[in-house]
Ligand binder design. Structure first.
Ligand SMILES: C[S@@+](CC[C@H](N)C(=O)[O-])C[C@H]1O[C@@H](n2cnc3c(N)ncnc32)[C@H](O)[C@@H]1O
Length: 403
């Protein structure tokens, strides 16, 4: 339980289970602290893996509760607070997984079609990446990038658990400088049967991925990581996973990691990019609640510190700019954060638009039936617990125009 002194009152006199410093942070950022009152009643959600619709009764029997579907998002169900799914067979087999409905909406905003090549620039731990891979079906590809190796390793585990990795590649890399194209050209022209051979010039080709990598290869990767730790700007992307249909199998390292020109990007860049950027997580009620265990004193350093917020907005703009650079002309990008502050959302969007003449802010068509509010810039969206019965999320969508 929280300390008595950790309670604070909102402008309408309601008692909030939040420390004064956090309420002050919300007030400074123009956020209504009372949205956090709904935190205890905000539902949890699960997504049913497509193809398992006929198994719903079996799933209900196993988790011992009736599942109510969410009317505005396909395959999403409410999960009562007292139901635990982690030890259930259906969860362990990957038929259901926990993901907030607002996160699901950000992925739907991408409007993924079969055959798309998708880049997820801040992919770990991977709930959105799994959903992207799910929506992609049996063509196209998804490339996940994250700077945190251990978090991306968790994402790899999740992809394997849900059997969604066939068309995925995962790179440990800095999303602000990541510069690899999708392997669309190669996917069209190469067959996986060339895997066992060596290419001319003795360049090694990637064989089918296995978790049991040869000792020499693991040593090389850890050396690269060590060197990179002292000079993260020049670190090469490290491929930590690729599926059998990701286009990597049968390719040489040089082919996978080749340099690109702007002309190539405009034609062969990604069809869709998700930049679910690092942020202060202040919109994620469950994240804020964790400070009860971590100690409210750490909230200042992790969320409220103005210097950290300035660094974050710079990082967010760089991630958005680089994600947009890797988009082909006519492609679309979704920028999202689980912060509700203006600086990390509309502030970043405004700066980005002023620096990128080929970016157009798009209306998100599917959002017409979503229970969310418009952001301070028209066409942007805000989810929050009291409006949407979800965690807080900001979503903006852009298209790359030919100029
Ligand atoms: C909000 S989380 C992403 C959540 C993820 N999209 C999901 O659905 O599970 C932000 C992620 O950005 C990553 N990150 C932070 N700085 C980065 C950078 N410069 N390049 C790539 N990823 C970065 C963090 O490691 C973190 O995993």
């Amino acid at each position: 339980m929280m300390d008595e002194e950790a309670y604070s009152s909102s402008s309408d006199g309601k008692i909030l289970p939040l420390p004064d410093a956090f309420v002050e942070f919300l007030n400074e950022n123009g956020l209504d602290p009372s949205i956090y009152i709904a935190c205890d009643s905000t539902p949890r959600y699960i997504r049913l893996k497509p193809g398992f619709e006929a198994h719903i009764e079996e799933i209900e029997a196993e988790i011992k509760c009736k599942l109510e579907s969410l009317c505005w998002l396909p395959n999403f169900y409410f999960l009562p607070h007292d139901i635990r799914i982690a030890s259930s067979k259906v969860y362990q087999e990957g038929k259901i997984y926990g993901i907030d409905a607002a996160s699901g909406a950000a992925v739907y905003a991408l409007d993924i079609s079969s055959g798309d090549h998708v880049l997820d620039l801040c992919a770990a731990p991977g709930a959105k990446l799994c959903m992207i891979a799910d929506l992609l079906g049996s063509s196209g590809s998804v490339t996940g990038v994250d700077i945190a190796q251990h978090r991306l390793a968790a994402c790899r585990t999740m992809l394997q658990k849900y059997a969604l990795g066939d068309r995925c590649r995962l790179f440990v890399a800095d999303g602000t400088t990541f510069s690899l194209l999708p392997l669309r050209v190669c996917l069209d022209s190469k067959s996986c049967e060339q895997t066992e051979s060596l290419l001319e010039g003795k360049s090694l080709v990637y064989k089918e991925w296995t978790s049991r990598r040869p000792w020499k290869e693991r040593k090389r990767a850890s050396k690269v990581r060590e060197n990179g730790a002292s000079n993260s700007q020049t670190q090469d992307p490290e491929l930590i996973f690729y599926g059998r249909d990701s286009g990597v199998v049968g390719m040489s390292k040089n082919e996978v990691c080749q340099d690109i020109t702007n002309y190539e990007v405009s034609k062969h860049g990604y069809d869709k990019v998700l930049v679910d950027a690092e942020c202060t997580h202040d919109g994620s009620i469950r994240h804020i609640q964790k400070f009860e265990q971590w100690g409210w004193e750490t909230l200042h350093r992790r969320v409220l510190d103005a210097e950290r917020t300035d660094d974050l907005t710079t990082l967010q703009l760089q991630l958005l700019t680089n994600g947009f650079r890797l988009l082909k002309v006519g492609g679309t990008l979704v920028y999202s954060t689980c912060s509700l502050t203006v600086a990390q959302n509309e502030g970043v969007v405004e700066k980005f638009l002023s620096q990128n003449g080929s970016a157009e802010l798009l209306e998100i068509d599917s959002a017409k039936t979503w229970p969310c509010k418009s952001g301070r810039i028209p066409r942007t969206l805000r989810f929050d617990p009291s409006t949407s019965c979800t965690s807080g999320l900001f979503v903006a969508k852009f298209m790359k125009l030919a100029i």
